[in-house]
Design a binder for this molecule. Structure first.
Ligand SMILES: *[C@@H]1O[C@H](CO)[C@@H](O)[C@H](O)[C@H]1NC(C)=O
Ligand SMILES: *[C@@H]1O[C@H](CO)[C@@H](O)[C@H](O)[C@H]1NC(C)=O
Length: 532
């Protein structure tokens, strides 16, 4: 009897397991920076909560149990520590990284190290050497083409995730148009309304990047791949085999751009419902009826490595307003701290931004911070430091919900900063525009995380969903942009012009010859007459 029950129980368990068994999904998010991890982790957790069996390769270990599905960590041991050390060495507060050729190469060098260390990591090797397979492999796109190999290895459909909007470095993979005329390159400080000079500049930057990418970077990635996985399909073959691209964008945040059907915008998917604030902070914010300014330079740059003159400028500016100021500051206690300023090493940013007394957010302009501010309808003062931040600041200005003063502006001072801060706090138009953005953000057909889950399941249901791919992925670039057609037509038109030119020239010479013959005869005649 007992045995029978046990068998029955086992049978039911197996049945339950089979019924609730979702897809097997592998996520590869090797970037140690917190913002990248937050995005990857939110996506993979969302998939686990939807009942899937998720494996996450990342530098961090997420031990929170899942309510549904499963979440397994494959930790890239040592990545987080070496990143911390590298960030300490390369203090972005010190110099401005302009969009130079050198910077691009430097970035690619760092990514190469990241790829090699990932392939060499014992935990990753163990997974690669197991006989596991996956239904889906999701790779974060950050110029790390060689990681596309994981999908091939595990016989899975390949999904890419882009932590920024659709960008030239992912667009070409799914043949999404990159409109150079109104899409500035990520690390410029141009807005979508570019002058002719800026458009020429932007065009040249894109061409430069495309040439480096196609003729240096892709072949290099291929060499890397063959070194670690001899006999793997070529990089080009893997590169264009992407089923779906999830992009961290939405029209409430970034300018509208064209997207091919297998590019799905899911901007804002990482934001959970705000939790409750710690009691002391809740009290502080509730009592601040004059309003609160929240200032934070994000997670990857530490405010304590701020140069002294700029720190003083910020403190003077903060001290000049009647509102209270919360400043995320990781350094030692500040001696001349104005009485309206409160600092802490960490603040629950999302919960603070959700508080009705918060009137302004001072931020470096990272995409996640801007997304969170739009979610809550809070205006911003952007102080861009590096990367895409200067471009993001331009998006804020175009949408009218904030102002900006670049950190590396030679005139960065409290005299310049204070009037900007006062304008933002006194003119209601910034708040109105922030609320408008917030309405656009929330007005969607579907929650963005659910949307990501839906499209990944769609790819599984339709065996890679080739129907979503535009034909352009099969065409070489000169065919894709019709350059061969334009070339041939221009040649034909040119030939016709040359032909017409030759005929006209011939006719003209014929006529002038006749004319001169006549003249000659005439002149002969006159001579004869003269002689006579
Ligand atoms: C849990 O996963 C199953 C699929 O395995 C799904 O049908 C169900 O909706 C999930 N529950 C929640 C709360 O998402
Ligand atoms: C390309 O993707 C399809 C399905 O998404 C898969 O069947 C095929 O093996 C992949 N090709 C390579 C070279 O990995």
């Amino acid at each position: 009897m007992e045995f029978k029950n046990a068998v029955l129980l086992l049978f039911i368990c197996v049945l339950c397991f089979q019924l609730s068994h979702g897809a097997k999904i592998l996520g590869i998010f090797p970037m140690p920076a917190k913002s990248h991890y937050t995005l990857g982790n939110s996506l993979m957790r969302g998939l686990a909560e939807a009942g899937h069996d998720v494996t996450m390769i990342s530098p961090h270990n997420d031990k929170v149990p899942t309510r549904n599905g499963s979440y397994r960590n494959v930790v890239l041991t040592g990545f987080a520590d070496s990143y911390e050390a590298a960030m300490k060495r390369a203090n972005p507060f010190e110099k401005s990284h302009s969009n130079s050729f050198r910077y691009l190469l430097l970035f690619q060098k760092q990514i190469t190290i990241l790829i090699e260390k990932t392939f060499e990591n014992p935990n990753v090797k163990e997974l690669l050497n197991s006989d596991e397979t996956f239904d889906i492999v999701i790779v974060e796109q950050i110029t790390n083409e060689a990681f596309k190999y994981f999908a091939h290895h595990f016989k899975a459909h390949l999904v890419m995730f882009s932590s920024i909007a659709a960008d030239s470095k992912i667009n070409y993979v799914v043949a999404n148009p990159t409109m150079i005329s109104y899409t500035p390159l990520v690390d410029t400080d141009f807005s979508r309304e570019m002058s002719l000079y800026q458009r020429i500049h932007n065009f040249l930057l894109y061409i430069n990047e495309a040439i480096i990418y196609r003729y240096h970077w892709l072949p290099f990635q291929n060499t890397l791949l063959q070194k670690y996985f001899p006999g793997s399909p070529s990089m080009l073959e893997l590169n264009y085999n992407v089923s779906l691209v999830l992009v961290n964008s939405h029209e409430s945040i970034q300018p509208a751009i064209p997207l091919v059907p297998n590019m799905i915008p899911i901007g804002g998917f990482h934001i959970n419902k705000p939790k409750s604030l710690p009691q002391d902070l809740q009290k502080y914010l509730d009592e601040a009826t004059e309003g609160v300014v929240y200032a934070s330079f994000g997670s990857s740059v530490k405010a304590k490595s701020l140069p002294n003159d700029k720190k003083e400028a910020l403190l003077k500016t903060f001290g000049s307003v009647k509102e209270k100021v919360l400043w995320k500051w990781e350094g030692d206690e500040i001696k001349n701290l104005p009485s309206n300023v409160k600092t802490a090493k960490w603040f629950p940013q999302r919960e603070i931004l959700a508080h009705p007394n918060v009137k302004l957010f001072i931020t470096q302009g990272g995409l996640l911070s801007l997304t969170e501010t739009i979610y809550n309808g809070v205006p911003v003062l952007v102080i861009p430091i590096f990367g895409d931040q200067a471009m993001n600041a331009q998006m804020v200005i175009s949408n009218g919900y904030g102002l900006s003063l670049p950190f590396h502006d030679p005139e960065f001072s409290d005299e310049k900063l204070t009037p900007i801060l006062k304008e933002l706090l006194s003119n209601p138009k910034y708040k109105d525009n922030a609320l408008k953005r917030s309405q656009i953000f929330h007005d969607r057909e579907m929650d963005p995380l659910q949307k990501a889950v839906y499209w990944i399941e769609y790819v599984i249901r339709h065996n890679g969903a080739p129907q979503l791919r535009v034909w352009g992925v099969n065409l070489p670039w000169y065919q894709l942009y019709s350059l061969d057609v334009i070339g041939i037509l221009v040649t034909i038109i040119g030939l016709i012009f040359i032909f017409i030119y030759i005929i006209i020239k011939y006719l003209l010479s014929f006529i002038t010859k006749k004319n001169s013959d006549i003249k000659y005869k005439q002149s002969k005649g006159t001579k004869k007459i003269k002689k006579n």
